[in-house]
Design a protein. Sequence first.
Length: 143
Amino acid sequence: MCFGRFLLKTATVFSLTLLTTCCSKKSSETASEADVPLRILSKDTVKKDEKVLVEICTDNAQWGIAKAYFDCENKSNISVDTVRKTIAGCDKELAVLKDTVVIQFAPNVLGQSIFPRLRILLSKKQGAEVKVIDTTFNYYVVQ
């Protein structure tokens, strides 16, 4: 779990099953079963050139974060290697420590900013099911 207070952000969820390379929601799955909310701990306002630490974790104890990426290919058909726990078209990996994505950066452009899209691979702690979540977060940079 993330530490500190949390800001809940929205995320797009793609549900996958073992050995399935096409993203699809199972017809028997309800919306609540498909959703694995993320908690994103980040400051709303940051200073220019000051290091910012952001933590992202799941809000569901049954799911853990296996890998996290940025700058992935923009595809609607996402392929996941469930053995190596990798996503095809994603090469730039972020640090994941104890089921928490850890991002540190120093923004240098003033004003409202959106962090580039993140693609997070979730793995069910009991079983072989995986999910891919695309998400991002906003922040405001001041002098």
